[in-house]
Each structure stands twice: as C-alpha cells, then as structure tokens.
Design a protein around this ligand. Structure first.
Ligand code: ATP
Length: 311
C-alpha cells in the first residue's frame, strides 16, 4: 500500500491562551476529495495552514509528501497547490498575465493554456481580473494553486459566498482534479457540499476531530429514527407496526405518522398489516436522518455562516 500523502500526529497549536488545535491526528491517502467541516473557530484554517507550512505546530508531527512543512516550506511549495481563503488578485492584470506571473515563481509549471482549460476560463484569458464574477475569480484562485501540477491541492472554503450555480461549476472543477488522480483537501461550512463532493468528511469541533468517514458512514451514525407517513384506503390497525418497533406520532391530514429506528422492519410489517386488513396503500413517505442532522448532533450547533444558500 502506498504511504499517505499527508500524515498528522497529535498536532496541537496554541495562539497565546487560545488552543486552536488540541491533538489532531489524520492520515490522508493519495487520491480523492477530503472535506474538513466544522463551525467557526473549530480550527479548520489553522489545520490546513499548518499542513501548508504557514503555521508552526506547538506540538506534534506533520509530514506532507514526505516533507516537514515547517522545516522545508519552499520545497513543499513546489509540490503543493494552495488556495487561501481570500486570494487577492491584481485587479489590472488579465487572467493570462496573472497565471504567467504565478508560473514564474516556480521551477516547474504547467503551460498556462492547460491551467485555463482545467478551470474552464479559456474564454476569459484576456479579461482583466477586476471584471471577473465571484465564481470566475475563485476559479482563477484555484488555477493559481494548479500551476505546479501539484499532487495535493488544498482549498480553504473555495465556495463560500458563491451562488448555487457558481458553486456547482466549482464542484465540477474540483471533481475533475480527482479524476486526474489528484488529492484535494478542502474546508467548507456547507454540509450538502461535503455530502455530494467529498469521499471523506472530517468533522472538527473546538480543535479536535469528532468524526471521520465517508458521508455514508457518517449517516449510519445518525441517532434518532426515521419518520414514516402512510396513507391507506381504510382505517388502519397499527398493532403489527407497533410490534415491529414503530412509535405512533399522530396523524397529518389523511396520513398516519410513525417514527421507527428500523425502516426495513417497518416496511415488512406494513406489508403484512395491509394484507391482513385487506387495505390498499395509497402513499408512503419516509424521511431519514440527513448528514446535517448527524453534523448538528456532533457539533451541537449550526455554523454561524449558515449551512446552505443565502450566506
Ligand atoms: P472559520 O470557519 O471561522 O474560518 P476555523 O475553523 O477555520 O474557523 P481557525 O481560524 O483555525 O478556525 O481558528 C481556531 C481558533 O484559533 C479560533 O478561536 C480563532 O479565534 C483562533 N485563532 C486563529 N488564528 C489566530 C491568530 N493568528 N491569533 C490568535 N488566535 C487565532
């Protein structure tokens, strides 16, 4: 098995009396998209900036592509792609001039037209940065992270503040990096972004990792039951459903509502109940716990910047 692309062991980072990281251990394998999710102040930026070599650990060990970032930041910079939370683009340069400027900082770099194609900005290559939309600026900021054709790309809140369409465009670009075998580490406040984009989600709270797994694995940790609504053509005798562990939670319009910890057992019991009572099922709706429910259980609060549109 290949060695991890980044290895973090017992990392702590104090800013004076503030403990931003309190013993973080993570091993990131090559390939795929890893999302770091957590409320404001959880330590996401501190963690990625330590991986990038911009911050020195108070304690613990960090190795990225076999390099200690705090000792050899320059060597790491040649192999790492970094997009900072707020990248200031020179307003009067064109997109192409900006890419050329950044290429000049490195020994080895991709041709500018390849980067433009990767960020879907070829048509804007002669536009001045100040004329770009928020989504185009963000795509260019990612392009700057790609000039060295890095193996690991770190994006700090790449979609914050973008409208849903621009966010979707950016997701496409991030997915295409994965398809080209790159590893992407990104921070986000958007739970649905983590769910649709990331292969692995690391949830942080107060400087610690509180959950780590695929979105599907995290969903399996959901506490609390599923809600089921059923509509039938005659009066329902729910005793068989109770036996299968369902709890009645009242009626809504023509629907009977239940909660259940075991939706599969509920459906089996429902089939039997329908048959025994000679009832016809007119409708069935089910709401299972979402990743957002799991996230809120883990962090105990909604992030201040919101969890979806409009922030
Ligand atoms: P956000 O989602 O708001 O970007 P975050 O999860 O990225 O938050 P960090 O920015 O890493 O969190 O901050 C973690 C903690 O460290 C916070 O309490 C923050 O106030 C503190 N902190 C971050 N940078 C500094 C600094 N340079 N000096 C002092 N405290 C800092």
């Amino acid at each position: 098995m290949s060695s991890p692309i980044a290895e973090i062991r017992d990392l702590t980072k104090d800013y004076g009396t503030v403990q931003a990281l309190r013993g973080v251990s993570l091993s990131i394998e090559s390939g795929g998209i890893v999302g770091i999710l957590g409320p404001n102040g959880a330590g996401k930026t501190t963690l990625v900036e330590t991986i990038e070599g911009l911050r020195t650990p108070s304690q613990g060990r960090v190795s990225v592509l076999g390099i200690d970032p705090s000792r050899e930041p320059r060597r790491l910079a040649e192999r790492l792609g970094v997009q900072l939370q707020a990248t200031e683009l020179p307003p009067d340069l064109t997109v192409l001039e900006t890419l050329r400027l950044f290429r000049a900082f490195y020994e080895k770099s991709l041709p500018a037209n390849e980067v433009l194609a990767a960020i879907d900005l070829t048509e804007k290559s002669n536009a001045r940065n100040r004329t770009l939309s928020g989504g185009q600026k963000q795509r260019l900021a990612i392009g700057l992270a790609l000039v060295t054709d890095p193996e690991l790309i770190i994006l700090d809140e790449p979609t914050t503040g973008l409208d849903p369409a621009a966010r979707r465009d950016l997701h496409k670009i991030i997915r295409s990096l994965k398809e080209r075998g790159r590893t992407v580490l990104l921070t986000t406040h958007y739970i649905e972004e983590a769910e649709i984009l990331c292969d692995r989600v690391v949830v942080m709270r107060e400087g610690k990792v509180v959950a780590d797994g695929s979105p599907f694995e995290l969903l399996q940790r959901a506490q609390g039951g599923s809600t089921v609504w059923i509509r039938v053509d005659k009066e329902l005798d729910p005793v068989g459903l109770f036996r299968a562990g369902a709890q009645p939670t009242g009626r809504e319009d023509d629907y009977y509502r239940f909660t259940t910890e075991d939706p599969a057992a509920f459906v089996v019991a429902l089939g039997r109940t329908l048959q025994e009572g000679n009832l016809t099922l007119l409708d069935l709706r089910m709401k299972r716990p979402t990743l957002e429910d799991v996230y809120l259980e883990l962090v105990g609060t909604r992030s201040e910047d919101g969890d979806g549109e409009g922030s």
